[in-house]
Write a protein that binds this ligand. Structure first.
Ligand code: GUN
Ligand code: FE
Length: 418
């Protein structure tokens, strides 16, 4: 198949490739290269011409809470710990009902699809049945995803408090069922955060991760009161990061830690050595008054950072809006640290496509060998005011929405909306 249009993608954080009026060749869902005209050998192969529209890699969101979709925008007068208690836990408790869960998860996935996030890593809740519903729905709706059943066996209300052995048994059952029945959706170990998981649970999860070679996702150093609480709970370990490491939960190149705002140099070096993906959630960090991650400094120190929505602490799953906000906050941060450079548009696109895509595999770019996971974006051209592909990208990032995304592809196949 050949697709014609204006392709924009980021082979590296500092490189934005723009292929204007070119043909992408896609074979078995994989990009095999670009040409400036249709080759003679094209023969009877299908050609789709998207004219002056731009085509970018589909977005990848490495940190989002699927059940919290019902709570977007709620409770932001509170900081993290009271917000969890007053808003998030009661919402997650509702997912004991798998019928309710299926309804919410269908709406959640439809919204992600609309906004162009076709690959993601999500927290579900502690509930096994509801988590399976999310996994199955994500698979049948065509997403690439990591999905985790949340583990919590301390400091939670009764209705979200698990028995430790049952939590581990349910986690193992879902891991095996997912491996046997699903293809694009994979299981990820999901201890909520250190205050929610006892040492026994973390030890058991570490063992399961070894046994099934599982990736891990959790939260790290998001809020000052949370960090102090972890210190109280684990006074013998040197840092929050060390707690995860002590229980085998920083798995080499297979771990996502959300927020990671308040880190010592030692913690950064451990996270760097373990190849941990730091999911930077700028909108969430602002909404819950959590703090400002020193993104530029982290990137320059070689840490892997990605842009993530953290719905519902982030109020929108739309990754174009998350990119714009991350850049805006990065500019304000740069103003107060005058040696620092703000994030650029190209960097923002990378941190929401190829950067996080590496966690899943070859997605997030149009280099040869990458899956053709893409969004076709139509921005209105007014007569006499034609915009370049790069200008269209900027206007989509700042002021575009799902109405501008006129086609979505996963593995070279058109994804239909429900
Ligand atoms: N830390 C522990 N749980 C959560 C959660 O659901 N959202 C956020 N933002 N932080 C958390
Ligand atoms: Fe989160």
């Amino acid at each position: 198949m050949f697709l014609k249009g204006n392709f924009l993608y980021t082979p590296s954080r500092t490189e934005l490739t723009i292929r204007e009026n070119q043909y992408a060749h896609i074979e078995n869902g994989i990009v095999t290269g670009f040409t400036t005209s249709l080759p003679e050998s094209a023969g009877a192969e299908k050609v789709i011409d998207y004219g002056q529209d731009i085509i970018i890699p589909a977005f990848v969101d490495l940190h989002i809470h699927a059940p919290q979709y019902i709570n977007r925008g709620l409770g932001f007068d509170e900081e993290l710990l009271p917000w969890l208690e007053h808003y998030t836990f009661p919402a997650e408790g509702k997912f004991a009902d798998p019928v309710f869960a299926r309804r919410v998860y269908t709406a959640f996935l439809e919204r992600l699809k609309a906004e162009g996030t076709l690959c993601f890593s999500a927290f579900a809740t502690i509930h096994k049945e509801a988590t399976w519903q999310l996994m199955e729905l994500a698979e049948t709706m065509g997403f690439k995803a990591y999905i985790g059943k949340v583990n919590m066996d301390r400091n939670a209300p009764d209705y979200l408090l698990e028995d430790t052995d049952q939590s581990l048994a349910d986690t193992e059952e879902l891991t095996v069922r997912c491996q046997e029945e699903l293809h694009r959706v994979r299981f990820i170990a999901t201890p909520r955060f250190v205050p929610s998981t006892t040492e026994k649970l973390m030890t058991g999860l570490g063992r399961l991760c070894e046994k099934y070679d599982l990736p891990v996702q959790s939260h790290l150093s998001e809020n000052r009161n949370e960090v102090a609480w972890v210190k109280e709970l684990h006074p013998d370990l040197p840092s929050y990061t060390d707690v995860y490491d002590a229980f085998g939960l920083l798995r080499q190149d297979k771990t996502i830690m959300a927020h990671a705002i308040y880190l010592s140099d030692k913690e950064k070096s451990l996270l760097g050595n373990k190849g941990v993906y730091l999911a930077h959630c700028a909108q969430s960090n602002a909404n819950l008054t959590s703090g400002i991650m020193p993104l530029r400094r982290n990137l320059e120190q070689g840490l892997t950072c990605t842009i993530a929505s953290d719905v519902a602490a982030g109020h929108t799953p739309a990754m174009n809006k998350q990119i714009a906000l991350t850049i805006e906050i990065s500019k304000l941060h740069a103003l107060q640290h005058d040696t620092e450079k703000a994030l650029t548009i190209g960097e923002g696109l990378y941190l929401a496509t190829k950067g996080p895509g590496r966690f899943y595999g070859r997605t997030g770019s149009f280099e040869t060998g990458y899956a053709f996971d893409a969004l076709v974006i139509h921005m209105d051209d007014m007569e006499g005011l034609e915009r370049t592909p790069f200008e269209k990208l900027q206007q989509f990032i700042y002021d575009g929405d799902d109405r501008n995304i006129i086609a979505r592809y996963v593995d070279g196949e058109l994804v239909v909306r429900g």
